[in-house]
Ligand binder design. Structure first.
Ligand SMILES: O=c1ccn([C@@H]2O[C@H](COP(=O)(O)OP(=O)(O)O[C@H]3O[C@H](CO)[C@@H](O)[C@H](O)[C@H]3O)[C@@H](O)[C@H]2O)c(=O)[nH]1
Ligand SMILES: [Mn+2]
Length: 696
């Protein structure tokens, strides 16, 4: 454990006064059965290896060990003046994939937390350096002075205006008025995207001066730092005279010649800028689409932060990344295992992973930048008490300096300090490194989701997102969690999706026959993995349909995203390829959304990522039909020897039903594009099958 010197800002826990505990630790009720199953399953796999059969893909499932419950019963014992400051970091990177009005909604929902407003500072990192995003936030700052008191006075839970106005809500003249204001802000923010931020949108000289920076040669990849304090809690009040939170727009300097390290780089800039401006001991990192769904969330955090028993080593508190509007969850984004079940288990093993969003950090756990010999800036210390005004020229000059693209050269940023570089899943990597340094984390999963975001509603977007995660997991290496094996599982999955089927074409048996002793082992491994997965989904309150989507996407991801990720990593290691962070689109097209809501697959655009699943779909269907012909003509013996291959091909065919539908039965824009590169591959595949058939 790293030593912690100096007084921790959070250590002023209120007196216990015989109050109930802040939170309790319980053993998960399914710990025993889960462990037993894991042991039996491991033995079965060893038996399989022993039998020299090939590895069967299976899902590693976490052993839930402990659950940490928290309670708000004691929140009354805190005095508001004692609440620690909270710096909120919101990242955005592309105004076309992440429409500014969405980012604004996220920011407003967080600014409206049930927390002393003057203690909240919201920092927006704009990696695209977009005047549209800045413009949107200038408008949001004005709207906030109406929205925050409205939320407070009406005690509303949905504090993202978009969510509130889209839901069933009471209507009266106040609501109508504020809705009108929101709609007019939204229209302005959306209209400006179709042109540029011209004179008609600029209100005063200060704004004109800022937008002047966007003239000559300013591009998303090459531009100077822009830091704009849009709200300053010491001077800006809402319409009822209450303080407003600080709101600061930050677009770090970018240059074509300096690496920017994607989101981790953006977060590190915010870490430094915020240390200089507000230096709150608590930091919340948020993706731009993950809005707050529960205004009391920061109060829950205090239940952990103030617990003296865990405080010395507490690094971060993680909330699950939950998504709204999943409906039939076509692309398996309920993530029961990754975001709910496994972190609970990990809680009993030193702490949940960092998911990149919905995470409250203690600032000191991210390192002490002032201790770096190279910097020597006392204002960067986690213990530094900010006295200067946030808009003072000194503070702004220093903040611009630490946001420059050369600042990190020859420092420990990204290696020993802040958010870590070196993986496209910087979140998991940072959490892993913090755990290795001795920090622990806590998973907090209240019934009402603390945050909700958007999952992709397009198959190709989903596959690209998974490919990035696959590459990131491989970059981390084989040291951390079972998730690293996910990418590698693409190799056996691809083998299982093609090899037994090609053997089926030739009538060759690759699995044990029905009455052979190893047959039952295969059946157990198959039913055991799927059965446990299913039971956990259902016990956790999910539906059969969602479980089915999740297992189907597991297969598709392995054949596509993870297979490409593995290939890409191999190419990169030979110097033939490089990769970047492709931002997932958050744009919601109404037509696409309607089809998604009906549970239809949305493909529409050609992509090489679709090639392997499409080819697997066709090969499996043909081999299943051919196998049926063989069994029909060959009799019982042939049936007994091909049964496992038939079951495998049959399951893959069932999983691929939406692909057949998208190829042959649909005419809408979401169908499989006819120019898909797979058809060339497919014909090669068919030629190869014909060859085998011919040989047979
Ligand atoms: O150069 C970049 C690229 C991305 N982002 C931001 O990073 C966030 C996550 O990007 P997104 O495209 O939404 O990726 P997801 O795959 O949905 O994100 C998941 O996976 C990422 C790691 O791959 C984590 O950083 C995220 O927190 C986690 O939600 C967004 O707010 C982006 O604006 C940046 O700020 N700079
Ligand atoms: Mn996202």
């Amino acid at each position: 454990m790293r030593s912690q010197s100096g007084r921790d800002d959070n250590s002023t826990a209120p007196e216990p006064n015989n109050q109930p505990p802040f939170h309790t630790v319980e053993r998960h009720p399914r710990t025993g059965p889960n462990r037993f199953f894991a042991e039996v399953y491991t033995l079965a796999i060893l038996a399989l290896l022993y039998s020299h059969a090939q590895t069967l893909p299976h899902k590693l499932s976490g052993c839930a060990l402990f659950v940490v419950n928290n309670t708000l019963k004691t929140s009354k014992s805190f005095r508001e003046e004692e609440f620690p400051g909270l710096d909120v970091f919101i990242c955005t990177a592309d105004p076309y994939k992440e429409p500014p009005i969405g980012v604004v909604n996220t920011a407003l929902s967080l600014m409206a937390y049930d927390y002393p407003t003057e203690k909240i500072s919201v920092y927006v990192s704009d990696d695209a350096g977009s005047a549209f995003t800045l413009f949107a936030f200038i408008e949001a700052a004005k709207f906030a002075s109406y929205w925050l008191p409205f939320c407070r006075e009406n005690d509303i839970m949905d504090r993202s205006p978009h969510v509130y106005f889209s839901s069933v809500h009471s209507t009266n003249s106040d609501t109508d008025k504020i809705k009108e204001m929101y709609e007019s802000m939204k229209a302005k923010v959306e209209n400006v995207m179709n042109r540029e931020v011209s004179e008609i949108y600029i209100n005063d000289d200060e704004e004109r001066e800022v937008f002047n920076k966007w003239k000559s040669g300013f591009t998303p990849q090459d531009h100077p730092t822009v830091i704009q304090v849009l709200l300053d809690s010491r001077h800006n009040n809402d319409i009822t005279g209450h303080f407003l939170p600080n709101l600061i727009y930050v677009s770090r300097q970018k240059s074509m010649t300096s690496p920017h390290h994607f989101k981790a780089g953006a977060l590190n800039v915010l870490l430094r800028v915020s240390t200089i401006m507000t230096n709150a001991p608590l930091i919340l990192t948020q993706d731009c689409d993950m809005y707050s769904n529960d205004p009391t969330t920061p109060l829950r955090i205090l239940c952990y932060v103030y617990d003296l028993a865990i405080q010395p080593t507490l690094g971060f508190i993680q909330f699950p990344q939950r998504f709204q509007g999943l409906n039939k969850d076509t692309y398996g984004y309920e993530f029961k295992h990754i975001i709910r079940l496994h972190p609970r288990g990990a809680d009993g093993l030193g702490g949940a992973y960092y998911f990149g969003t919905g995470t409250f950090f203690r600032r000191r756990a991210l390192g002490d930048p002032s201790a770096c010999v190279e910097t020597g800036i006392p204002e960067l210390s986690p213990d530094y008490v900010v006295k200067k005004h946030i808009k003072s020229p000194d503070v702004l000059a220093l903040a611009h300096g630490v946001a420059s693209c050369n600042y990190e050269i020859q420092t420990q940023w990204g290696s020993k300090m802040g958010f870590r570089y070196g993986s496209l899943v910087e979140d998991l990597f940072t959490g892993y490194q913090m755990h290795s340094e001795g920090w622990r984390s806590i998973f907090c999963d209240p019934e009402r989701a603390a945050f909700l975001g958007n999952a992709p509603i397009n198959l190709v977007d989903a596959l690209y997102q998974w490919k990035r995660w696959g590459v990131g997991l491989l970059e981390i290496g084989l040291g951390y969690s079972c998730y690293i094996f996910w990418t590698i599982l693409s190799i056996p999955t691809t083998i299982y999706a093609f090899l037994p089927q090609l053997a089926l074409f030739n009538g060759v048996t690759v699995f044990p026959k029905m009455y052979e002793p190893w047959f039952l082992l295969h059946v157990f491994l198959f039913i055991g993995a799927y059965g446990q997965d299913f039971i956990e989904y259902v016990i956790e309150g999910s539906s059969f349909r969602k479980w089915w989507s999740s297992q189907r996407m597991w297969m598709i991801r392995n054949l596509s995203s993870f297979a490409f990720a593995t290939a890409e990593c191999l190419l990169k290691s030979t110097g033939l390829s490089s990769y970047g962070f492709i931002v997932t689109s958050k744009v919601v097209d109404d037509e696409q959304y309607k089809r998604y809501y009906r549970g239809m697959w949305e493909i529409g655009v050609p992509s090489t990522l679709l090639v392997p699943p499409t080819t697997a779909a066709i090969i499996n269907l043909l081999s299943f039909i051919w196998g049926a012909v063989l069994i029909f003509s060959g009799g019982r013996d042939v049936g007994e020897s091909l049964v496992l291959q038939m079951v495998l091909a049959g399951c893959i065919v069932l999983n691929c039903l939406p692909i057949y539908e998208a190829i042959a039965l649909r005419s809408d824009h979401g169908k499989m594009p006819t120019k898909l590169p797979s058809f060339q591959h497919l014909s090669q595949g068919l030629l190869c099958c014909n060859f085998h058939i011919f040989q047979w």
